[in-house]
Write a protein that binds this ligand. Structure first.
Ligand SMILES: *[C@@H]1O[C@H](CO)[C@@H](O)[C@H](O)[C@H]1NC(C)=O
Ligand SMILES: *[C@@H]1O[C@H](CO)[C@@H](O)[C@H](O)[C@H]1NC(C)=O
Ligand SMILES: *[C@@H]1O[C@H](CO)[C@@H](O)[C@H](O)[C@H]1NC(C)=O
Ligand SMILES: *[C@@H]1O[C@H](CO)[C@@H](O)[C@H](O)[C@H]1NC(C)=O
Length: 486
């Protein structure tokens, strides 16, 4: 990573800055440090010997950034400043998307504008932070320390609209002090159903612009009533340098014992490994995946299914959920035994992700709706054949040439929760069986699609390409606003 670009921290005070009254802005980075500190104390008391030196080091740094409050503010407004607020310290889709943007902008935007980041929109997780590559952590310290005057700032609120000012739940608001001060406020969001609810539409329309990742969202947002003049498609980057199959050794499998079925007995023979990566929720279609896989395959097929999943906002016991599901759905165990299912629910650090993709032969995710589908594009960048539902966000990049688009049986209505009445797709379990069997039987075709997938990712979503798109939009805003004030 290029770290020489645009390092605007406290040590380099330009003559264009003058000291101003110190303004305390409660920062979630600070909350994270406090959280980490209390965590450390608890661990320390219980078991002082297991506290890794690395952890202490990280903790010190975290506290350091929390303390680094701006002491000066730019008044000249040159170069302009972009404050990007997102759930940087949480696992999940918005977080990895936000990381991909700020990394791309840091590496490729040159010095067109200053970039500042702050945490917003979700609970922070020290475990997630510690799993980040060190260079990402360093980037976060630097960018969090960038100083901007709020009157010269373009704010990007990258989260679900419920987190925007004034937030509907407890989170640091974005923009931090409402809509008056910033030059321009962008809401970056997406949705996984066919529409937005009226509250979210109203929140989108309060923004100066709404950036969405795909054509699917442009049409669903407009259909729901968001001002067409404000909705702009801005695709998201995938780190094709990091997710590069040439750069990683596969993780050695099996990892532990299967939660269903048994370890392959025919040692030496290569198992065909399916991988799925998702947050454990109904939307991700894990029920469809288990049903199709267990009905289609048995132990004799020499296949395995690895599920990399996390609880996110719940703390489920996935192994028992899987066993209960198998019992409830009355699936019959084949005479030679279940095809094995393995769980990778230990928190795998982000830095090991490519090795997991590399260890698998195909990626499968029969989701009912996706905003973008980070794991899908990561698998595609890793040149894997991908089977995933042909609906919502992924239609932006899925083709017959670069993947196996999974047909939809029908649309289904959400029956409860805040999005009651919205529609999502029901992927076809029967077609999923056909496609999974097909990739096992046609490995050469799968590899060909995988190569095409990687080249499509590089061409359309590499950090350089997407950084240019974002910089163009920002410069457009800067141009317009300077005309306005002149
Ligand atoms: C399956 O293999 C893994 C890795 O070799 C091993 O740790 C585990 O104990 C095995 N499980 C069974 C049930 O044999
Ligand atoms: C995927 O969906 C598009 C419409 O969004 C359709 O044109 C295309 O034929 C579908 N592909 C498959 C394989 O179902
Ligand atoms: C902004 O204005 C500059 C100078 O007038 C021009 O060169 C540039 O192309 C404009 N950029 C955009 C995105 O409109
Ligand atoms: C900037 O101004 C141009 C020309 O008036 C307009 O087309 C464009 O939508 C404006 N962009 C923004 C981000 O306001």
């Amino acid at each position: 990573m290029n770290t020489s670009v645009n390092n605007t921290n406290t040590s380099t005070q330009s003559p264009h800055t003058i000291p101003k009254r110190l303004k305390w802005r409660p920062s979630m980075f600070c909350a994270a440090a406090v959280f980490a500190l209390s965590l450390a104390l608890v661990l320390n008391i219980k078991n002082p010997l297991t506290l890794k030196p690395n952890f202490i080091l990280n903790l010190r740094r975290l506290i350091l950034i929390a303390r680094r409050q701006p002491q000066t503010e730019y008044i000249s407004g040159r170069p302009p400043c972009v404050l990007w607020m997102a759930p940087f310290l949480s696992p999940g889709g918005y977080s990895s998307e936000a990381w991909s943007y700020i990394t791309a902008l840091h590496d490729h935007a040159g010095d067109r504008f200053k970039l500042q980041i702050d945490h917003h929109g979700d609970l922070q997780s020290i475990e997630f932070w510690l799993g980040l590559p060190e260079e990402s952590q360093r980037l976060a310290y630097d960018l969090h320390g960038t100083q901007c005057s709020s009157k010269e700032t373009i704010v990007v609120c990258h989260s679900e609209p419920g987190a925007w000012y004034p937030p509907l739940f407890e989170t640091s608001p974005c923009p931090p002090d409402g809509y008056e001060d910033p030059v321009f406020v962008v809401g970056r969001t997406m949705f996984e159903t066919d529409r937005l609810n009226p509250e979210h539409v109203a929140r989108c329309n309060r923004m100066d612009a709404v950036w969405v990742p795909t054509e699917f969202h442009v049409s669903s947002f407009l259909r729901s009533g968001v001002d067409p003049a404000k909705v702009i498609k801005v695709v998201q980057p995938v780190d094709v340098e990091f997710f590069d199959p040439a750069k990683h050794e596969p993780l050695a499998l099996p990892l532990g014992s299967p939660v269903l079925g048994s370890n392959s007995s025919n040692l030496g023979r290569h198992e065909f490994v399916f991988l799925s990566v998702f947050k454990w929720e109904h939307r991700k279609g894990w029920d469809v995946l288990l049903k199709a896989y267990l009905e289609e395959f048995s132990k004799a097929d020499g296949v395995a299914l690895y599920l990399l999943t996390n609880a996110y906002h719940s703390d489920n016991d996935f192994a028992s959920e899987i066993k209960v599901f198998v019992e409830m759905s009355k699936l019959k165990e084949p005479s030679d035994g279940w095809a094995p299912i393995y769980l990778l629910d230990a928190h795998i650090p982000q830095s090991d992700l490519p090795r997991i993709y590399k260890a698998a032969d195909a990626f499968v995710l029969p989701s009912r709706g996706e905003g973008w589908g980070r794991p899908i594009v990561e698998a595609m960048a890793m040149a894997m054949p991908v089977i995933t539902t042909n609906w919502s966000g992924p239609t932006e990049y899925l083709t017959e040439e670069n993947a196996y688009p999974l047909p939809v049986d029908r649309m289904s209505e959400l029956k409860e929760g805040p999005f009651r009445g919205h529609l999502r797709a029901e992927p076809s379990a029967e077609q999923l069986k056909v496609l999974m069997r097909h990739v096992v039987n046609n490995p050469e075709e799968g590899r060909r699609k995988g190569r095409k997938a990687r080249s499509d990712m590089i061409e359309r979503f590499s950090p350089q390409i997407v950084a240019r798109i974002v910089v163009d939009h920002i410069m457009n805003i800067v141009n317009n606003s300077s005309e306005r004030t002149r």
